[in-house]
Design a protein around this ligand. Structure first.
Ligand code: HEM
Length: 184
């Protein structure tokens, strides 16, 4: 069941429909992305801090908010540069981000609305700056790819932990999930 991040990114690029034109467009606007990243980080962390549960996670640990602001800015900028043109380094980085969130106990219920906030705030700023619909669409696709990495990490880590602890086969595990879903 172990996920292979490089192949996973290729699948997601295909699935989300991120084209070569999208990649070129994102790269060509990376200066704009770098410029607005700090403002997007402010929106993001203001949003998280308005939620009691997420605020508690943010304030658990010395210097966490400061560190997070810096890593968010870097993450945001990488959506425009694609690091190694959305290759293996990009995939490894996104996978690691997913694992960090699983470790802290941040699940789909936290991450999905948080990413929606990013999409919403970046959309407003794009409009104000007269940026194109094409750039908005390309950013939406890359945000969904990054979101899928964080979500999938949650599933992969949970399933691997159960399989390791119990010694069950993957087929048995899948059957139990399907049966469980039927009775809920
Ligand atoms: C759009 C969704 C999100 C993105 C793009 C994002 C981005 C990141 C990045 C890039 C890191 C650094 C990972 C590393 O150390 O390698 C990180 C860590 C972290 N994120 Fe998120 N995050 C998201 C959602 C959330 C949510 C919903 C929370 C809830 C509170 C959260 C809390 C944290 C915490 C506590 C850390 C670890 C900070 C530390 O102690 O170093 N993140 N995030």
């Amino acid at each position: 069941m172990a996920l292979e991040p490089h192949a996973f990114l290729k699948t997601l690029i295909q699935r989300a429909g991120l084209t070569e034109e999208d990649k070129q467009l994102l790269r060509s606007q990376s200066e704009w992305g770098f410029k607005v990243a700090p403002e997007m980080a402010d929106h993001f962390y203001n949003y998280l801090q308005r939620d009691e549960e997420m605020n508690a996670i943010l304030n658990n640990g010395e210097g966490r908010i400061h560190r997070l602001r810096e890593t968010f800015i870097q993450w945001f900028q990488e959506m425009f540069t694609g690091m190694d043109n959305w290759g293996d380094a990009y995939a490894d980085r996104r996978w690691k981000i997913g694992l960090v969130h699983v470790r802290i106990g941040i699940g789909p219920q936290h991450v999905v609305p948080a990413m929606a906030t990013v999409v919403h705030e970046v959309g407003k700023r794009l409009r104000n700056d007269g940026q194109s619909e094409e750039l908005k669409d390309a950013l939406g696709r890359i945000c969904m790819i990054d979101l899928a990495f964080i979500e999938q990490a949650y599933i992969e880590v949970s399933s691997s932990a159960v399989l390791r602890e119990t010694g069950w086969s993957e087929a048995l595990f899948r059957r139990l999930i399907a049966t469980g879903a039927k009775v809920m």
